[in-house]
Design a protein around this ligand. Structure first.
Ligand SMILES: NC(=O)c1ccc[n+]([C@@H]2O[C@H](COP(=O)([O-])OP(=O)(O)OC[C@H]3O[C@@H](n4cnc5c(N)ncnc54)[C@H](OP(=O)(O)O)[C@@H]3O)[C@@H](O)[C@H]2O)c1
Length: 236
């Protein structure tokens, strides 16, 4: 398994488990935590979740699976790398702290390994970064980052006090969506910040994505994320 390096010198496996889709299913539709438990059993060590996924439901599922796996000795805390995200409307200095506490409680963890601003919102970046710094000082997160930021957003972030400590930027970058490869990826590489690609295989809609049933039915990724020239925004 290849590893990706973060600016602080630590690293994590480059392949992770997303929890957005299955956590949004109604609890009655399928067993909710066994898929996460199975993923840990077969070797996944990076788990990507967010307070938004199932309005906390995904974090609860991950928390339960992790607790079981640690109890059974399948994994130790240091072996897993948990990513979660704060809603933009919660990303004020005080809001970040409260949201992180709720997320940690649902995840049953003292510390989140990478805590991200899910996408840009109304709160000034300086406030959000100050909130992240306070969480790092308290040991409640190990590092912080942003998500769905384009080059102009990243430039603005670097202008904020403490902004250079940003550890990662997940964006929609896939077989079908190549946009981030042109300017954002080289920019992040120049600044030593890893780009995390979400939906890397367009959720199965590639190569026949234009004609695929999921594409036509509107459940494909194009309906879940929006792309304006030079800017990405995503609800998931
Ligand atoms: N930071 C953000 O703003 C943001 C935004 C969006 C997503 N994300 C993260 O990225 C995750 C979404 O990524 P993803 O894993 O769903 O995307 P993906 O890697 O592009 O798609 C994987 C899914 O494609 C489907 N699929 C269809 N044909 C397949 C095939 N031949 N082989 C393998 N899979 C096939 C499967 O869905 P089925 O299992 O349903 O068959 C599979 O779960 C979310 O859960 C979330 O964690 C983050």
């Amino acid at each position: 398994m290849q590893h990706v390096s973060f600016p602080d010198g630590t690293s994590a496996p480059s392949l992770g488990l997303g929890t957005g889709a299955w956590a949004n299913r109604p609890a009655s539709a399928a067993p909710r935590w066994p898929p996460c438990a199975l993923a840990l059993e077969i070797g996944y060590r990076v788990i990507d979740t967010a307070e938004m996924y199932g309005e906390g439901g995904a974090e609860e599922v991950v928390g339960q699976a992790l607790a079981e796996a640690m109890r059974a000795g399948t994994v130790s805390r240091d072996e897993v790398f948990v990513v979660s995200k704060v809603y933009p409307h919660n990303a004020s200095r005080a809001g970040v702290r409260a949201a992180c506490e709720r997320s940690r409680r649902r995840l049953r963890l003292d510390r989140i390994d990478l805590y991200l601003l899910h996408w840009r919102g109304v709160h000034p970046l300086a406030e959000t970064v100050a909130g992240f710094e306070a969480l790092m000082e308290a040991g409640e997160i190990a590092r912080w980052g942003v998500s769905n930021f384009d080059v102009d957003d990243m430039e603005e972030l670097l202008g904020v006090r403490g902004g250079r400590a940003c550890a990662a930027n997940p964006v929609y970058y896939s077989l079908g969506e190549r946009g981030p490869g042109y300017a954002l990826l080289p920019w992040l590489q120049r600044h030593g910040m890893p780009l995390m690609a979400y939906c890397p295989i367009d959720q199965g809609c590639w190569p026949a994505r234009q004609g695929s049933p999921r594409w036509r039915s509107g459940t494909g990724p194009r309906r879940r994320s929006w792309h304006w020239p030079g800017r990405w925004r995503s609800p998931a």
